[in-house]
Write a protein that binds this ligand. Sequence first.
Ligand code: CP
Ligand code: NVA
Length: 308
Amino acid sequence: MTRHFLALSDAGGDALAAMLGDAMDRKAARQGLPKGLPDPDASLGGRVLALVFEKSSTRTRVSFDIAIRQLGGSALVLDASNTQLGRGETVADTARVLSRMADAIMLRTDDHAKVEELAHYASVPVINGLTDLSHPCQIVADLQTLLEHGKALPGLEVAWLGDGNNVLNSLVEAAGLMKFNVRIGVPEGYDSDAGFIARARGGGARIDICRDAQAAVRGADVVVTDTWISMGQAHAEAKLAAMAPYQVNDALMALAKPDAVFLHCLPAHRGEEVTDTVIDGPRSAVWDEAENRIHAQKSILRWAFGQI
Ligand code: CP
Ligand code: NVA
């Protein structure tokens, strides 16, 4: 069976735990090496990863490219607008062709149905590099960052502030798999996907929806936010106004535990969802989080190729 990584649940909690261990072990083992030098075992030697982008990216693009190099393979980075996909070639035919030319495909796109269709027609692993619905690769890096900062996942109290978006959906999915709790501070009308919440609750996570930002963050071990306007969304003044009370600033962070960690997938909109004082402050782990995209992608790729 071809292993696709469209959602965290495609791997499941046990595999996710193994991937996190693998990411941390490999990161530790190559400390100080030049970033483009392959790991000694070159575990995906000769493999080609096609990276297809229908949306902008800095971290996902660079981290997958560096990840596959460190595993001994190479990447092809394709801007979809310069490919025939951008001129109307079908997702199915693109899947068939890329499967003959590459060993795995990552797609960043808008409609989640496209990544599902790609996986349906591909005969090589397909990885979800962000859709409007979810961003599972990001959350693997986030969980790695929390573990590195001494936060055991079961029972962890995570506060999310702001928009109910794709990153939150994957965070909620992870909560169900890894048994931590999420308090979602979100204004009415901007809630995240109800299906993800129901499944996480079914998995034993406590997921609370708080209209009061202070209630969401009080006593939290981790505080997470993301842009209020995601890629592809219109810049709406009404939405920015509704989000304003959920800005992660010093006053809000003061309500979290003293050793709480702040995460943001980036890019940040400083002065909107987070202040400079928080993102540049002592509790921010955002640069570790960004670096960990490399180490997390490596473990995702190794899982997809059956090595984890
Ligand atoms: N966090 C993240 O996915 O960043 P990019 O959009 O730069 O890839
Ligand atoms: N929610 C953001 C995440 C960017 C990495 C977006 O979709 O634009």
